[in-house]
Design a protein around this ligand. Structure first.
Ligand code: SF4
Ligand code: SF4
Length: 361
């Protein structure tokens, strides 16, 4: 099956798709199988920004032989702005400034970069990043919250000083805890302008932490649903990470049947530090390196570049990239499909309920 054959939606399919694009506020959604063979634009774009990290997590490939063959390099602003201007021109959407194996707050002028993005690219709607929070105290948090960032995901371990040191590989528990609480406090003073989520990587069971004062303090700032635990869904980074490297009592994610191409090839346009378009935002995989964003002046061509489409097409034909064979981040592309009546009615119900609640306030 080849990519790029004409989409042939009938009038009812077109109307239903139009309705869904309004409902999801995203015109780049997949509704029909044929949408995956005639790609228009990615649903979001991200720039890796930096491949240097200040932690040594036991569960992560960073700093371990075989996980990332590249040299350590700092952000390339030319690549960043070229990517953003191409994205902005094509209509924009949400943009992620998150490293794959690296830490964004290791960039000293991060706030200036965020402010600059907001000032220059009007079509960039959401602006998000992940951080391990170790260096947040080097920033003016009031400025950071008002920099234009819309979402911050904090990845950490908060079950205790010793646990943190074992899992994150550095002795920074108190600093991280204070940084997170300070950030939540400043955000609260700014009417929770930024959506902050806590992604916890820690030992099981979680009960003791869920009873702790720290947890109660955190959920006085953010909803409980924004505190997530990674639970038996770990990746082994091509066998580099062993069971004993995971937080205690945690398991690797079970391998799935990979007949269908991975969703990562269809979801987001991921740009590596040097501009390489990688067909995945989960790991660093030379198998999935395609062409360079600097060689494209429009997003559709970058998203449909020859090498990228070859990887997608080959997978449709049964040839799975070697690095994807063992990857546990895999999800079948068909999971990206929107439009299942049950899910659509649930979403409509939620939206109507929220609207009514906001009127009643
Ligand atoms: S998980 Fe993140 S913070 Fe930890 S070593 Fe890997 S890149 Fe760094
Ligand atoms: S299988 Fe893993 S490495 Fe391959 S595209 Fe999916 S998430 Fe990326």
């Amino acid at each position: 099956m080849m990519m790029n054959y004409q989409t042939n939606l009938n009038i009812f399919e077109k109307l239903y798709k139009k309705f869904l694009t309004i409902l999801y506020k995203n015109k780049n959604i997949y509704v029909y199988e044929k949408d995956f063979r005639n790609l228009s634009l990615p649903s979001s774009v991200g720039y890796e920004a930096i491949n240097i990290c200040n932690a040594r997590c036991s569960f992560c490939g960073y700093g371990k032989v075989g996980a990332d063959p590249r040299k350590k390099i700092k952000p390339n602003l030319e690549v960043l702005h070229h990517t953003l201007s191409v994205y902005n021109e094509s209509g924009g959407g949400s943009f992620t400034l998150s490293p794959i194996l690296g830490e964004i707050t290791a960039i000293p002028n991060l706030i200036e970069i965020l402010e600059d993005i907001r000032a220059r690219y009007k079509n960039i709607k959401g602006l998000s990043f992940y951080t391990n929070a170790i260096l947040l105290d080097r920033f003016d948090l009031q400025k950071l919250i008002n920099s234009g960032v819309s979402d911050i995901d904090l990845s950490t371990c908060l079950s205790g000083k010793e646990d943190y040191k074992r899992v994150y590989g550095v002795d920074k528990f108190d600093q991280v805890k204070n940084n997170i609480l300070n950030l939540l406090e400043v955000n609260k003073k700014n009417n929770n302008k930024v959506r902050i989520k806590l992604l916890l990587r820690q030992d099981k069971p979680f009960d003791n932490f869920l009873k702790s004062d720290l947890y109660n303090k955190i959920v006085s700032y953010i909803p409980k649903s924004d505190v997530e635990f990674l639970d038996n869904q770990w990746d082994d980074f091509k066998g580099i990470i062993k069971k004993e490297d995971l937080p205690r009592n945690q398991e690797f994610k079970k391998q799935m049947d990979k007949t269908k191409p991975c969703y990562a090839l269809f979801r987001k346009l991921e740009i590596l530090v040097d501009g390489t378009i990688q067909g995945c935002a989960c790991r660093v995989e030379p198998d999935l390196w395609t062409e360079n964003i600097k060689n494209f002046s429009n997003l559709k061509d970058a998203w449909n570049n020859k090498t990228y489409n070859k990887i997608r097409n080959e997978w449709f034909e049964g040839k799975i990239p070697k690095s994807c064979n063992t990857c546990s981040h895999y999800i079948p592309y068909s999971n990206l499909k929107k439009g299942h009546p049950k899910k659509v009615s649930k979403l409509i119900y939620k939206k109507v309920k929220n609207k009514l609640l906001s009127y009643m306030k």
